[in-house]
Structure formats: C-alpha cells, structure tokens
Design a protein around this ligand. Structure first.
Ligand code: PMV
Length: 321
C-alpha cells in the first residue's frame, strides 16, 4: 500500500459553456458542455497518508487552505473513516483568475486519491466525483476533446464526462491573454447561482445549449474550424449575456478583454484561424488552428492591458506521475 502518490491534470476550456445547475447539492449541471483539455496549464497534486493527524491538511501552492472541501472528495473515494491525509497541490498558472484551476485541481485529486485508496474506479465514476468539487473538473479527467453529459436523473448517475477525441485528432493550439492578475470578483459558483435566480435570459440560455453541443460536436468530428468558431464564440457571448442580465449584473470583462475580442475578430477577418472564448474572469482564450498560434500570440501581446500571453496546446488525460 503506497504511503504517498502524485498525479497531474491539465486545465480545460469549455467551447460550449456550463453555466447553471439543476441540483446545487450534487453539483449537477443544467446542461451539458464541451471542452478541450490543455497541456501547458496543469495542477500536480501529492497525497500522503498521515495517520498522526486529527484533520486533513491541504496546501495550495505552498499556502495552507481550508481542507474541508478537498476532504469531502476524499471521503467519497476512500470512506468517512479513512486515514487523514496531507494534500499538496501546485498550479503552474495563476489560481482563481478565470483559468479554471479548480478543474485541474479536482481532477488530479480524484486520480491520486483513487490510487492511494486502491479503489480502481472507472474514469466515468471519477468524473462524477470530480464534478462534486467543481462542475468543470469532470472534463479534465480526459485529454483532447471532452463532453460532459448533463443527464436527467435526480442522483446524477447519467451525468458524467466522456472523452471524444485525443489531441492528435485535431491538435488545436491555445493562446491565453492575461488581462488581470488578481482573483476574480465573483466566483463561477456564485455567478451562475445569481444568473439562475435573477437573469431573465437564463431560461433562453439553457434552452439553446443542446443545439450548440450538437453543432460543436459535429464541427470537431469534421475538423470544421469556421463552424466551431461560430458556435464557440456564440456560446461564450450567450453565457456572458445571461450573466450581464442578472441582478446585480455580472461583468467579468475589462477594457483589455474587449480589445482582445476585437483583435481576434480582425485576425480572423484577415484569414488567421482563431476564435475567442472567456470564462468567469477577464482573460481571453484564443483557440487557434495548428500553425496559427505564433501570430495570434504576437498580436495579443501588443494589446494594451495584456500583461502576458501563455501559449499551449491540447493535453492528455489526468494521470498518475
Ligand atoms: O466548474 P466551475 O464551477 O468553476 O464552473 C465553470 C464555469 C465556466 O468556466 C465559466 C464555464 C465552463 O464550462 O468551464
């Protein structure tokens, strides 16, 4: 029985967004989503059995944190009376700035906990447990292109992530433009709850997701970049429109976010294979056709207010190190 194990998982970016839950306690999404898993932005998590401890200890990037949320996930994989653990998690990218560190974090956690507690759970089950930590985390269990099925059942047995294609199916590249280094103003959890409760556009948002998913999945299957660009940009803008219409309204963007969106539009107009997407934060993720990322990164780095650009590609499934 291992005393200490380590796993890694890549962040993921939704091309058809998840925004809203059908069950808050189980963290069941109101609609499905489709994402790409990244290679360069990752979480590495080590868990060590610590029988001497009364409570779990959790450090994120070296800083002690409340271990309760992480402990609840360990309870679901081990058991309530499992051994207490020391959990050390490190991101190689800024935490809490709209770069989905919770996704790679919970995905790495469930993989390493499954191995440490010798459960041998199926990926599908691990995706369901990761989802309890953060909805988008279910998708980081898989590499390349991934779909999260919303399901209908009350307990969520039919809500799980499914790997669609490995990265070599279509090795898209991603440029992340960092427009703000601070933590986000309103977490995605609070933002989507407020949108659900108060936005008149929320029902319309949920109603359109299935059609977007079908279109995006077909675009990925055919490697049709223009088709994927159109549906992904629409999904991102619709998600933000539903949030803007909440009370009080949620505006996650800053002037540099808008400038990046416009720069991406200009580049595509000139024939560069690129489209934008944004999550619950001000960073812009530019998804590029293979071979186009260098030009896109050079352009976005020049946009006023962009402090840094990160270039990455599609990455593998979460796994043990
Ligand atoms: O997984 P959460 O609860 O952080 O929600 C993620 C929500 C978005 O990032 C905005 C969209 C998505 O599908 O990843």
């Amino acid at each position: 029985m291992a005393k200490k194990l380590t796993a890694r998982a890549g962040a993921n970016i939704a091309l058809v967004k998840y925004w809203g839950k059908r069950d808050a306690a189980l963290n069941l999404p109101a609609a499905g989503s489709l994402s790409i898993t990244l290679s360069g932005l990752e979480t590495v998590t080590t868990i060590e059995r610590a029988p001497g401890l009364q409570v779990d200890e959790f450090r994120l990037d070296g800083t002690p944190q409340d271990a309760a949320p992480v402990g609840r996930i360990l309870d679901l994989i081990g058991s309530q009376d499992r051994v207490r653990c020391r959990i050390d998690s490190r991101n190689n990218f800024p935490t809490g700035a709209g770069l989905a560190s919770s996704a790679s974090g919970y995905a790495a956690l469930v993989v390493v906990a499954d191995a440490l507690f010798e459960r041998g759970l199926e990926r599908r089950e691990l995706s369901q447990i990761a989802r309890r930590g953060s909805g988008s985390a279910a998708r980081s269990l898989y590499g390349g292109f991934c779909r999260l099925h919303a399901g209908r059942s009350d307990q969520g047995e039919d809500c799980y992530a499914e790997g669609l294609y490995d990265p070599d199916h279509w090795p898209l590249e991603v440029v992340v433009a960092i427009t703000d280094r601070g933590p986000k103003a309103v977490s995605s959890r609070d933002g989507m709850n407020r949108t659900m409760r108060t936005s008149p556009y929320y029902p319309a948002w949920v109603e359109t997701v299935d059609a977007d998913l079908a279109e995006a999945e077909a675009a990925v299957a055919r490697r049709d970049f223009d088709m994927l660009a159109e549906v992904a940009e629409s999904s991102a803008l619709k998600m933000h429109a539903s949030a803007l219409a909440a009370r009080p309204g949620l505006l996650y963007w800053n002037p540099a976010t808008v400038a990046c969106i416009q720069a991406v539009g200009r580049l595509r107009g000139q024939g560069t294979g690129v489209f934008f997407t944004m999550d619950a934060g001000p960073q812009v993720k530019a998804v590029c056709l293979p071979g186009h990322a260098e030009k896109v990164a050079a352009h976005l780095a020049e946009v006023p207010g962009v402090s840094r650009v990160i270039r990455t590609g599609l990455g593998p499934a979460a796994g043990l190190l």
